[in-house]
Design a protein around this ligand. Sequence first.
Ligand code: FHN
Length: 443
Amino acid sequence: MEVERVSRAQRWTAAAFFCFSFVISGFLAQAQSDYQPSPDNLKARQWFQDAKFGLFIHWGVYSVLGDGEWVFHNRKLTLDEYNQLPKFFDPEKFDAKTWVALAKAAGMKYITITSRHHDGFAMFDSKVSDWNIVKRTPYGKDPLKMLADEAHRQGIKLFFYYSQLDWHNPDYYPRGATSWDNGRPNHGDWNAYLDDYMDGQLRELLTNYGPIAGIWFDGMWDKPDADWHLAKTYALIHQLQPAALIIPNHHQTPKPGEDVQTFERDLPGQNTAGFNTKVVSQLPLEECNTLNDSWGFTIADNHYKSPEEVEQMLVRAAGNNANLLLNIGPMPNGEIQEEFVTRLHAVGEWLSRYGESIYGTRGGPIAPADWGVTTQKTDKIYVHVLHWNAKLLALPAISSTIHSAKLLSDGSNVDFSQREDGVVLTLPDAKPAEADRVVVLMR
Ligand code: FHN
């Protein structure tokens, strides 16, 4: 009888607890599905759209092997093998000041760095687990702290990339599409992984590094049908730092609580890379791409894009109303390869002359086409001629009256005629290696 009473009481407690958790999680989910970005968040979105150009940095212990950030997976290494890697990671040449100065010299307004990639290795001082740079490497310091301090000092914003996919933690279970048998047990606590481990680390990142511009998530595509407790995680981020932007690289249409839509190696709406959605939302947009072909340091990759290619990529992104987040993978000693440095300086030099037509603009009134794109700002339309050899360029109709047309490079007049059905520009010849002929139309 007594036993029966206790078990009935336990059942009631369990039911009450279940209802309570249901209401709480429902409340949090609701909180993000009714997500109203805070005024600070809306301001940050404006800033983000004005900023246009950021430096993506993939840096982790994998750089020691010089074979990209997927080396753990690609070589099907075991946990025991990969656990040796941090012992060889001693970036004595890392200098936060130089990294930040390089981004600034390139005309970039923000840096997005891997706080941890799919190997789960925290490149920061984490108390949640000792699988981190301070505890496991001879270096023993927190480069993200140095970078954050320096970014704040030099006035550039810092985002943290955070991989939700984890090839190392046993609690990342059930495992996802990219898993292999690396020695992890065949059980684990998914809820603990998300609520304690991941949210714990995010709390550290948003508490110990000053104002953070946002969190750039990656890896949800490994388990597309899993419950990622997004509402809870997103609410935590927005509560800790309301201005922090959530940028998820899940390759799907944006979900409630997200602040920016990002596209990998593609312009918004394109899917040449094979995994992006073609749906373009009303959120601020970003394209991420690489300066060579790799994300993490890859010794055999010398497919560097030329400054002109990068400039055109940036212009096409801006004309599609998007930012460009351009990646480099620093070396294991903490230095950035000369090939990256020279190209970034060249792009920065170009931006010092043409930046007016990029920063602070939005996509222009004419749809992007093979010949080029347009951007706009107040009473100016910038026509970016990227790929056009003929003398005359006929543009579709523009609703406002054009009062003048001038070359941005030297202010010289460009002949034009406006009719109801379009505007015809008489273009000057392109100069050798000229990435972009920019014609400024005053309306
Ligand atoms: O698997 C990652 C990859 O290593 C890299 O981090 C890129 C950057 O956008 N994202 C993933 C692939 O979608």
